[in-house]
Ligand binder design. Sequence first.
Ligand SMILES: NC(=O)c1ccc[n+]([C@@H]2O[C@H](COP(=O)([O-])OP(=O)(O)OC[C@H]3O[C@@H](n4cnc5c(N)ncnc54)[C@H](OP(=O)(O)O)[C@@H]3O)[C@@H](O)[C@H]2O)c1
Length: 360
Amino acid sequence: MTVPRRALAPGYTISRVIKGGWQLAGGHGAVERTRAHADMTAFVEAGITTFDCADIYTGVEELIGEFVATRSSGEVQVHTKCVPDLDRLATLASQELEALIDRSRRRLRVEALDLVQFHWWDYAQGDWMTALETLARLCERGSIRHLGLTNFDTPSVERMLRAGVPIVSHQVQYSLLDRRPAHAMAPQCAPHGVGLLCYGALAGGFLGRRWLGRPEPQEPLENRSLTKYKLIIDETGGWARFQALLTLLDAIASRHGVGIGAVAVAWVLAQPGVAAVIAGARDASHLADTVAGATLQLTTEDRAQLEAFLSESPVPPGDVYALERDREGRHGRIMRYNLNAPGSGSTPPVAAGRTDIPRV
Ligand SMILES: NC(=O)c1ccc[n+]([C@@H]2O[C@H](COP(=O)([O-])OP(=O)(O)OC[C@H]3O[C@@H](n4cnc5c(N)ncnc54)[C@H](OP(=O)(O)O)[C@@H]3O)[C@@H](O)[C@H]2O)c1
């Protein structure tokens, strides 16, 4: 079984399933370096050669950088994110942005970052367009190969595209539960060749057999992902409706001899405008099923059953990331906005004994 690949830009190809790195940042349990590197090897050998991380995922760029240094050149593609702190937006200078990029290059041990996905917490603060133009200049200078976005709304993406900023991808939440990108974002991005890279496809693990028939979990949930995606379940009809979806997915998965997660991944990959699914992984325990999802072809019957179910299911309101952008709302309140500040960051990512991750 081979994981399909896709050109994200001329001369730049990625695997259609990307290994997500947030799960190695400390909020999903302790991380052990040797084990994490062995898992990365397993993903690459299974054909998932593209990794996602961010400058705000504590220790993850370093962990991936150490791994990439052991592989042959070009074998692994690493997508990071540039996420300036909320507290810095109002007066962010281009030198500061450039310093963030240089730090990611050092941590990832590369001359040029394969893809930088730009995020801006608050449109009302500072000048995100100027910041994006700074990143575009760094592309021309060779410290960034390709420029992408994450969590921008449709009008902002339209403005960037009209201004001719060379965007190749947009990372957004897209799943059987969260179908917000289908309304405006996907139709807008597709004609410009901007591929959607989709997180949340597994709803943090909720879209798995483990949750079938289980009672509604109560806070505090086990990890940061479950906390985030339980809110999405609440927006889309609640726990009873979610259990009905899992029951349907289980029936489809059984017909194909795969897990529910594979069906969830396959559904997102089949949506118009989707370039890849970013599947979060704490370890390699779901790897075989995730790879199965990369190649699974849903039948006409599968699609018709899902379509009938989804046509009666609520979609979270608004544009992509609209709920999350409200910092006072339920979705915004759980996020951390200043993880790039010196001394900030989530829990150290590695179990006791690991003290040698360089801090910048
Ligand atoms: N741009 C953004 O704002 C943003 C936000 C969130 C995430 N991301 C990126 O997207 C990546 C994905 O994270 P996510 O939050 O979207 O989580 P996700 O991919 O929806 O869920 C990941 C979790 O699902 C479970 N899982 C993985 N494969 C599975 C399978 N085949 N079947 C059943 N369960 C499976 C695992 O949980 P268990 O190990 O507990 O079973 C895993 O930790 C992150 O690592 C990060 O790189 C970006």
